[in-house]
Design a protein around this ligand. Structure first.
Ligand SMILES: *Cc1c(COP(=O)(O)O)cnc(C)c1O
Length: 487
């Protein structure tokens, strides 16, 4: 399988190792596979999660040794997910939660970020590279911790994480700033997630930075969902969930299922599109947004307009106005790097772009959309708990709300549940009604008490761990950090 940039009109192709080692294409575009490997839908039934992951990844990572993929998927998706990788929980008739938060940091990003470090180290081996990789990560909360947990202690890699100052939950912040490891650093950035992400992207596009680092034996890479190594592992759980529905007799093999995905940077839902292109019978992919509903408007109208107010919500991992991975979808839908390069340029200069009618029609064929603000999300948390005894977090609640309006008779709906409710205990507790303590930790205890659910141990101990990182920087300082300054 060869990869090309979404913006390069004279396609120079690269291997999967190169795409993963680089993260982003030098022309500012994202790496995409040149074709979609075909799934063996009948043959993959009954595979364990690691074995299924091996099959899916083998189609994309064709320059990785087969023994490596087998060992890496087994090491990643076994014990670290407590035997609950891809767990599908029935919620009510025809409605399911694909619980993706049983990994070490309690968010779905573990699926990619527990595997990606292994992919990166192997990519360097495949390419015969020996330089140190410096990873820069912009995070709205969950990516940062998942990346730190994945890369900490890894030889030949350093990682710096940038999160919006006061833009994450207390738990999310503590998860990051208490991260152990000699090769990790964490910075709060004055600004919102888009400021942090734009700052990191700018450094990646800065030839002078690359040149300077190269001279010192370093190269930059990204652990954000713009890296192909983040996306590919997420395809697996769409297949896994489908097979669980077939196994339990809800579906016959080949019948469609709809997925509803709480969306921010468009990586998680895009993996569902890849699964569909590989042959998984996906009906609709529903893109659920919070009050930052730029994607809802885009899917409805074909105009992407980021010139709008940015809202801080109770689902911070979805507080995004520029959804990076949408670029990949636009490339696949339009088939034109020239068109994509044009739209991205318009977005960068004017803050908006409008796709052509054919691309919009194709978009709407596969994708539906909807949004829910904090009040609607909160009501949904309460409704699911009171009616179905199902406790969900604030991000998942947005998707439940959107799914409710989009359900089709006879088609099961799977909501991707992206974080443990205990990552956002104050908001979840408030939704259930009753007093909300000031501290996240008291709220966690109260939430356990109220619901009878257990909080993950890795979250409960956070207030006992030493805080290692306290620096607050400006977005412009990201460049200096990339160059190795200890600001
Ligand atoms: C990152 C995240 C999302 C959004 O996923 P994208 O791939 O960025 O669309 C949703 N929910 C939670 C809890 C997240 O951490």
């Amino acid at each position: 399988m060869q990869y090309q940039s979404t913006r390069n009109t004279s396609p120079v192709t690269t291997s999967s190792s190169e795409a993963i080692a680089r993260g982003i294409s030098p022309d500012g575009g994202l790496f995409v596979p040149q074709s979609f490997p075909k799934a063996d839908l009948a043959g993959w039934q009954g595979l364990s999660y690691p074995a299924l992951a091996e099959k899916v990844l083998a189609g994309y990572l064709t320059d990785y040794p087969a023994e490596f993929l087998k060992a890496a998927t087994e090491a990643t998706y076994g014990a670290a997910f407590g035997g609950k990788a891809g767990h599908l929980q029935p919620v009510r008739a025809g409605l399911y939660a694909l619980e993706l938060w049983h990994g070490p940091t309690c968010a779905f990003k573990d699926y990619a970020l527990q595997l990606m470090p292994k992919l990166l180290v192997q990519a360097k081996k495949n390419l015969g590279r020996t330089e140190t990789t410096r990873i820069l990560v912009a995070t709205s909360g969950d990516t940062g911790k998942a990346a730190l947990a994945g890369y900490a202690g890894l030889a030949g890699v350093e990682i710096a994480v940038f999160y919006p100052n006061a833009g994450t939950s207390e738990i999310q912040r503590l998860q990051m700033v208490t991260q152990p490891g000699e090769n990790v650093a964490v910075y709060a950035v004055n600004g919102n997630f888009d400021d942090a992400q734009t700052g990191v992207k700018r450094v990646f596009g800065d030839a002078a930075v690359a040149e300077e680092l190269k001279g010192r034996g370093y190269c930059l890479s990204s652990a954000n969902s713009i890296n192909w190594g983040r996306l590919a592992p997420q395809i697996v759980y769409y297949f896994y969930a489908y097979y669980r529905l077939v196994e339990s007799g809800v579906l016959a093999l080949g019948e469609p299922v709809d997925f509803c995905v709480p969306t921010g940077n468009f990586g998680d839902i895009l993996a569902g599109y890849y699964a569909k292109q590989m042959g998984l019978p996906v009906g609709k992919l529903l893109c659920a947004s919070n009050k930052n509903n730029v994607l809802t408007d885009f899917i409805k109208t074909g105009t992407y307009d980021a010139r709008r107010e940015f809202y801080k919500t109770e689902s911070p991992s979805m507080d995004i106005l520029i959804s990076s991975n949408l670029e990949r979808l636009l490339f696949h839908l339009s088939g034109s790097a020239e068109a994509v390069a044009g739209w991205m340029k318009e977005l960068a200069t004017t803050g908006r772009y409008t796709v052509d009618a054919t691309t919009l029609a194709k978009l709407q064929e596969s994708f539906g959309c909807g949004c829910a603000d904090d009040a609607a999300g909160s009501a949904e948390i309460r409704a699911r708990f009171e009616q179905d005894h199902y406790l969900c977090d604030t991000h998942t609640a947005v998707a439940f709300r959107v799914a409710e309006d989009a359900r089709r008779a006879g088609v099961p709906m799977v909501v991707l549940s992206t974080a443990s409710p205990f990552k956002f205990p104050r908001a979840v507790l408030a939704a259930l009604g009753g007093p909300v303590p000031e501290s996240d930790f008291a709220a966690m205890a109260a939430l356990c008490e109220k619901t009878g659910e257990k909080a993950p141990a890795s979250l409960k101990i956070l207030d006992t761990l030493p805080v290692r990182f306290t620096k607050v920087i400006a977005p412009e300082d990201i460049r200096a950090v990339a160059l190795g300054a200890d600001i």
